[in-house]
Design a protein. Structure first.
Length: 442
């Protein structure tokens, strides 16, 4: 299949760039000539979807699997709720810095080697966490775990941009959210089962095993998607120059801030949910897992609806509607929390907000990466890193004002979604996006 995508902005210039989904894999390195003699069957789009979904899932699993253990960790390590929330902050900071580092490196050396190396390190760090017996050691190791887990998230997105463009890429990313959405649905349930039969350290044995599976899949199934001729020069100067181009792109910066602040609403929920539903509302770990699954399921469903909508509507227009709706829903949740309407109102409000996020998160990277195909690793890294940096800021803020308070959670969500709407309209400017970014309807 082939598709023509107009790139009206960025250093690529005002050009028409042909895009073709490869019928043969990219081959690099010394053995290129010999390997090209033998036709190799290219993975189907479904196979890639499942593979990339597994790689992206390492992030949500690393974040979410141990959330149900927060109260247990507080007691076991003789620490405080705020200190345990710092382990989540450390993980998010690690995910952010890991994406910035690994994404830029992959633009120069390719995607496959950094992926396999980082996933192997993830396995070792996960095993080390099983021996953690102090809150300080847990915080440090969770940072390292997040740093190495970042490879699966940023490189899968970069590989999607290497392979697809336009509405095909938008639909693929939306479908990817179906796989990704399963991870946070299952993660608390899986973590709860570990807690039911074992102690909380065992959760990280599970993550180590999952990482080992991903290493095997990457070794045997991941093919290099970035050919040598499309790679950036090696060394710090090209990396700095690449990030400089991104920083000067107003639209890109606006989309990064739009996505990051919208994700802040998600992380306000993630960091507060265990204490709200287990401590305040008295739910068991099993009941909490079901509530968490409901929110993740809402995000997954709307992301799939988005996958159909982008075939007929420009993603910028979809976001133009979704963001104001998100602000209204967040305000409604805040009012319900102030009136103390109870757990049903809280769950319903959270599910609605997660549904809105399901329209924002697939479309932001599609628009942002459109003008930066030649630096997809760095562009995807800044997008992902910004999400987790903002999440790392939001988690302790939620804890400082009351981790078990739905009022605090809802208030932070209102602020985050209002900021997201502001950045989208003032910096990203949806009317300009629609006017200059061609969109081929299916």
């Amino acid at each position: 299949m082939s598709e023509v995508t107009k790139c009206p902005r960025g250093v690529e210039g005002l050009v028409t760039v042909p895009f073709q989904e490869s019928s043969t894999p990219h081959v690099t390195g010394p053995s290129a000539s010999s390997e090209s003699m033998t036709p190799v069957r290219e993975p189907s789009r479904l196979s890639r979807l499942l593979l990339f979904g597994a790689l992206v899932a390492i992030g949500p699993l690393t974040i979410d699997m141990y959330l149900a253990a927060f109260p247990t960790i507080v007691s076991d390590l003789n620490t405080t709720e705020s200190a345990v929330q710092l382990t989540l902050t450390a993980t998010l900071v690690g995910l952010a810095l890991g994406q910035l580092t690994i994404g830029a490196i992959s633009d120069a050396v390719g995607r496959r080697i950094p992926l396999i190396t980082a996933l192997s390190a993830f396995v070792l760090v996960s095993v080390s966490i099983t021996a953690a017996d102090t809150i300080n050691s847990l915080i440090i190791l969770r940072f390292l775990q997040g740093f190495t887990a970042a490879a699966g998230m940023v490189l899968s997105q970069a590989m999607v941009r290497d392979l697809y463009s336009g509405s095909v890429m938008a639909t693929f990313i939306s479908r990817l959210f179906l796989i990704v959405g399963v991870a946070p649905i299952l993660a608390p349930s899986i973590g709860a089962q570990f807690l039911h039969f074992f102690e909380w350290h065992s959760i990280f044995w599970g993550l180590a095993i999952f990482g080992l599976v991903l290493v095997g899949l990457s070794l045997f199934m991941v093919k290099e998607t970035l050919p040598t001729e499309r790679r950036s020069a090696k060394g710090p100067k090209p990396v700095i120059a690449s990030y400089g181009v991104l920083a000067r792109d107003r639209r890109y910066v606006g989309l990064v801030l739009t996505a990051a602040t919208a994700m802040g609403a998600l992380f306000a929920y993630i960091s507060s949910a265990p204490f709200i539903f287990q401590d305040l509302y008295g739910m068991s770990t099993q009941e909490y897992a079901l509530v968490f699954a409901a929110g993740a399921g809402s995000l997954t469903i709307t992301s799939q609806i988005n996958g159909s909508l982008v075939k007929r509507h420009h993603p910028a227009n979809i976001m133009r509607i979704a963001l104001p709706v998100g602000v209204v829903v967040a305000v409604a949740l805040l009012i319900a929390s102030l009136l103390d309407l109870g757990v049903v109102a809280t769950v319903a409000g959270v599910m609605a907000i997660m549904g809105v996020v399901g329209f924002i998160m697939p479309n932001s990277p599609v628009i942002a990466l459109n003008d930066h195909a030649r630096r997809a690793g760095a562009a995807a890294a800044v997008l992902g890193a910004s999400n987790f940096v903002f999440g790392a800021i939001i988690a302790p803020i939620s804890g400082a004002f009351g981790a078990a308070s739905p009022v605090t959670m809802a208030g932070v969500m209102v602020g985050c979604l209002s900021a997201s709407t502001f950045f989208y309209w003032t910096l990203a400017r949806p009317k300009d996006i629609v006017a200059t970014m061609e969109w081929e309807r299916a």
